[in-house]
Ligand binder design. Structure first.
Ligand SMILES: NC(=O)c1ccc[n+]([C@@H]2O[C@H](COP(=O)([O-])OP(=O)(O)OC[C@H]3O[C@@H](n4cnc5c(N)ncnc54)[C@H](OP(=O)(O)O)[C@@H]3O)[C@@H](O)[C@H]2O)c1
Length: 333
C-alpha cells in the first residue's frame, strides 16, 4: 500500500494531539510524519507508534515533499501558511474556520457529502465541531423525511477553545474549591467554573454569535441547500470534553418515531443511545450518541432529540483524517 508524507500544524494543541493519536489508531499509511508548533514547543518530543518525533518550528522549506498537511492552528496561521502548502503540491485539510465558506473550497462531513472532496483546489475545510455533531444526528432523519428547519441549542465543552480552555476551567475550579477569591478569566468572557455562558465568539450585528452563524452557513453548504432554516443558540458549559446539543427538527412529512429510530440505528457514525447520552459517556470515541427522541406534543411534523459527541475527535481530528482517507481511496492522491 502506498504511504504518505504527512504534517500536522499545531501538533501540540488539543486537536493536533488528538490527530496524532487517531492517525496511529487508524493505522493511516504514513511514510513520514512532521510535527509543527510554535517556537515555544520546539524540542518537545511526541511519541507516534514506536518513534519519537521532535516538534519543529515552521520554516520556508517545511512543506516540501509533503502529501497532506493537517491544519490544527487558528485562522490567521491557517491563512498565512495555506498558499505555501498548496504551492508545494500538498493538500491542506484545515480545522480552522478560515476557508470553510469559500465557494471553491469543499466543506466535508464524510458520512454526508463525501463526493464534494473531488472538487478541491488544494484546500479542504473541516466543518465547525458543533455543526459536525448536530448535522450527523440530523442527516439520517433528513434522508427519510426532509428537514425544513433546525432549532438547536448547544452545550459546548471548554476544550472546544483548545488547551487553554481546559486550563482556565481547572484553575477556576481549584480556586473556588479552596476558597480562593482571585478568580481570573481570559479565554472565556466570564467565569466558566460553576457557571455557563451563552456566548461563543463575538456577536454579529444580527445578535447571533459567530459560532451560531457558523452552524447556519456551514450546514447549508454541506447539505447544498440555501433554503434550509437554522436557528442556533451556542452555550459554553463547564464540561472538559464532548459537546451536547438539544435539537428540534421541523420535517416535511408526519413524524414516525420508529422509522426515525431505525434509520439512526443503521447510520454509520451514529449510536442510538436511549434514554440519553451524557458528555462523559461519549469521551474519546468517534460516534455521535443520540437519545431523548420524542415527537412535539403539538405538532406532528416536529421531532426533538438530544445528542452528544467528542468534538476533539469526530468534531475535528477524526473528521479531518476521514477526509484524508477519502482522498486516498479516491486515488486522487
Ligand atoms: N478544540 C476543538 O474542539 C476544536 C474543534 C474544531 C476545530 N478546532 C479548530 O482547530 C484549531 C486548533 O484548535 P485547538 O483547540 O487545538 O487549539 P490549541 O489547543 O490552542 O492549539 C493551538 C496549536 O497551534 C500552535 N501554534 C500557536 N502559534 C503557532 C505558531 N506561531 N506557529 C505554529 N504553531 C502555532 C500551538 O503550538 P504551541 O503549543 O507551541 O503554542 C498549538 O499546537 C483552531 O482553528 C480551532 O478553531 C478546534
Amino acid at each position: 500500500m502506498k504511504e504518505y508524507n504527512i504534517a500536522i500544524l499545531g501538533a501540540t494543541g488539543a486537536v493536533g494531539r488528538t490527530m496524532i493519536k487517531i492517525l496511529e489508531e487508524r493505522n493511516f499509511p504514513i511514510k513520514d510524519l512532521k510535527l509543527f508548533a510554535s517556537s515555544a514547543s520546539v524540542g518537545k518530543i511526541i511519541r507516534f507508534k514506536n518513534k519519537e518525533i521532535p516538534v519543529q518550528e515552521i520554516t520556508n522549506d517545511s512543506f516540501v515533499n509533503l502529501d497532506i498537511v493537517f491544519g490544527a492552528v487558528g485562522n490567521d496561521l491557517a491563512k498565512k501558511f495555506a498558499p505555501e502548502i498548496v504551492k508545494s503540491g500538498a493538500i491542506f485539510i484545515d480545522n480552522s474556520s478560515a476557508f470553510r465558506l469559500q465557494d471553491d473550497i469543499p466543506l466535508i462531513i464524510p458520512e454526508i457529502n463525501p463526493e464534494d472532496v473531488q472538487h478541491h483546489n488544494g484546500i479542504i475545510a473541516n466543518p465547525n465541531c458543533a455543526t459536525i455533531i448536530g448535522l450527523m444526528a440530523c442527516y439520517p432523519i433528513h434522508k427519510i423525511n426532509p428537514i425544513k428547519k433546525i432549532t438547536v441549542s448547544t452545550y459546548q465543552a471548554v476544550s472546544g477553545a483548545g488547551n487553554k480552555g481546559i486550563d482556565e476551567l481547572e484553575d477556576q475550579t481549584y480556586k473556588l474549591s479552596n476558597n480562593q477569591k482571585n478568580i481570573t478569566f481570559s479565554v472565556f468572557p466570564q467565569q466558566i467554573a460553576f457557571n455557563l455562558i451563552p456566548q461563543i465568539g463575538e456577536f454579529e450585528k444580527n445578535g447571533y454569535s459567530k459560532e451560531e452563524m457558523k452552524f447556519v452557513h456551514e450546514s447549508r453548504k454541506i447539505l447544498h441547500s440555501s433554503e434550509f432554516e437554522v436557528n442556533c443558540t451556542c452555550v459554553r458549559v463547564p464540561v472538559i470534553r464532548c459537546h451536547s446539543e438539544s435539537i428540534t427538527l421541523e420535517c416535511t412529512n408526519e413524524i414516525e418515531l420508529n422509522k426515525i429510530k431505525n434509520v439512526l440505528k443503521k447510520f454509520n457514525g451514529i449510536k442510538l443511545y436511549e434514554p440519553y447520552p451524557t458528555p462523559l459517556e461519549c469521551n474519546d470515541q468517534d460516534l455521535i450518541y443520540v437519545g431523548r427522541i420524542r415527537k412535539d406534543p403539538f405538532n406532528s411534523y416536529t421531532v426533538n432529540l438530544w445528542c452528544c459527541g467528542d468534538q476533539l475527535r469526530k468534531g475535528a481530528a477524526t473528521n479531518a483524517i476521514q477526509i484524508a482517507e477519502l482522498l486516498i481511496h479516491d486515488k486522487s492522491l
